[in-house]
Design a protein around this ligand. Structure first.
Ligand code: SAM
Length: 230
């Protein structure tokens, strides 16, 4: 997958890490980090986790990791992979992992687009993308995470019947995402009535970004299912 370099939408300057976070980066991250390169072997990655790699969820752009760790606590038999380029976010997530005592989270500090290319075919149960950077100006749309090749990669890595969950509070990004997913025949939008996209899916807890209400619409929640028969 070729893509433009990763640009930071929010704060560029990192906050100084607290001593505990810095220590967790040294001690805990090496135990949970994905290999730096090469194809990802999910069975090896989750070999020490309670449910192994039978069910695996990828969360892209987990921010501070609150949602990722809450999901991992609620579903201890599922393996969760979180990818986030921002070091402070990774450090914050490590703190949540330690406090919750979860065994089923693995982390990658980097770009989801590179990670997707390293994942095996048809192995993920779900991909969560919650409030991705909106890049509202037209000249920046090409920086959005959701692009045709990324949507095709979702179709490749998801199991038949697997799901992408996408939320945004920016009207243009919502329409953009619908258009991009429309180009991938293997992914079907799971909505029959407006309430299906106006209300979050069961079990959703508002994320930190969602609570800031920075967008131009109320949050919308889109679910796309990978065709079951293919
Ligand atoms: C607006 S924040 C939302 C964070 C969190 N999901 C929430 O709802 O609170 C978007 C996040 O996506 C991350 N991000 C941006 N581009 C990314 C990429 N290519 N791969 C993985 N994460 C990315 C950013 O660093 C940022 O933490």
């Amino acid at each position: 997958m070729t893509h433009p370099p990763l640009r930071s939408y929010g704060r560029i300057k990192a906050r100084t890490l607290k001593p505990r976070q810095a220590a967790l980066l040294e001690t805990l991250l090496p135990k949970l980090a994905l290999p730096a390169d090469g194809p990802i072997d999910l069975d090896a990655l989750f070999s020490g986790a309670p449910g192994g790699a039978r069910d695996v969820v990828l969360e892209i752009g987990f921010g501070g990791g609150e949602h990722l760790v809450a999901q991992a606590s609620a579903h201890p038999g599922t393996g969760f992979i979180g990818v986030e380029p921002f070091l402070n976010g990774v450090a914050s997530c490590l703190r949540h992992i330690e406090e919750a005592g979860v065994q089923n989270v693995r982390l990658h500090q980097g770009d989801a687009r590179d990670l997707l290319a390293r994942l095996p075919d048809a192995r993920l149960n779900r991909v969560d993308i919650l409030f991705p950077d909106p890049w509202p100006k037209q000249r920046h749309w090409k920086r959005r995470l959701i692009q045709r090749d990324v949507v095709w990669a979702f179709a490749r890595v998801l199991k038949p019947g697997g799901e992408v969950r996408f939320a945004t509070d920016w009207a243009h990004y919502a329409g953009w995402t619908m258009e991009m997913f429309h180009t991938e025949p293997q992914l079907r939008w799971l909505a029959e009535r407006p309430v299906d996209w106006r209300r979050p899916w069961p079990g959703h807890a508002p994320t930190r970004y969602e609570e800031k209400r920075l967008g131009d619409i109320a949050p919308i929640f889109l679910r796309f299912e990978r065709a079951k028969g293919a």
